[in-house]
Design a binder for this molecule. Sequence first.
Ligand code: PAF
Length: 301
Amino acid sequence: MNTSESVGAGPGYQRGELTVHTEPAELAKVTRALRASGRRVHLVPTMGALHRGHLELIRRARQDVNAVVVVSVFVNPLQFGEGEDFGRYPRTFDADVQACRDEGVELVLAPTAETMYGPDPQITVHAGEAGSVLEGAHRPGHFDGMLTVVLKLFNIVRPDLALFGEKDYQQLVLIRRMARELNLDVAVQGIPTIRESDGLALSSRNAYLDEEQRRSALGLSAALVAGAHAGPGGAEAVLREASNVLAAEPEVQVDYLELRGTELGPAPDGGEARLLVAARVGPSRLIDNALVVLGGDESGS
Ligand code: PAF
């Protein structure tokens, strides 16, 4: 597939054109050559099924006109547990490539499990304590698999900047932590969640919802809004108001609703905190989160 002519970065890259690479080693050669020639490299890791949330990450990545943007499209088997939706996760590769082309992306990395992991992978990243709460408590091993593939992507692409959506807030916190603790030479940028006009956070898993389930799913963002409004009344008020909204949606089966510090430790007494929710709605498991500012209202209402 690496048919582009050599333009300053060896084969596999042509400025202004989109080239798809399935071999990580080939893409690695291209991004190293581009960096050596003075270009910055920005990475948007995805599992495909691109929606407006991903396009926003790409647009932010392109804001630096000197940057070449790499989008990875890989449904990573390592971050799906038994009984999860790996098999039916939406795969829309041709449309994804077209969307990347329309957005001016120049490099797409679309490895197979074989080209990504090789025949007998043994070594993984361990997400530690922060990876065992919230999503980690419901999806054991998920964050180990996610961090492993993200570390591999960082090592393949060697980006200056990698962009991730805040919708997967715990994922973002863990990636930042991995970058810090493992001394990775990459800046990690979080981008606010993109929502439908009625508040539903964009997610590839929304595709599984029928009309009625989609209506019920609005309970998640509505709960976050109610919780955030209750911030001045303190943590108890936040959780009470958010829980009331979720309780009114019988089709929403809540896995957790938790208020935590911005780094996912215990919620502070005052100031910025994060309200996080996960729930099953019909065939989908959905997550969402919001910033909450605690305190400031002495009446505690
Ligand atoms: O957020 C995702 O789509 C995935 O978890 C990621 C970061 C691409 C790793 O597979």
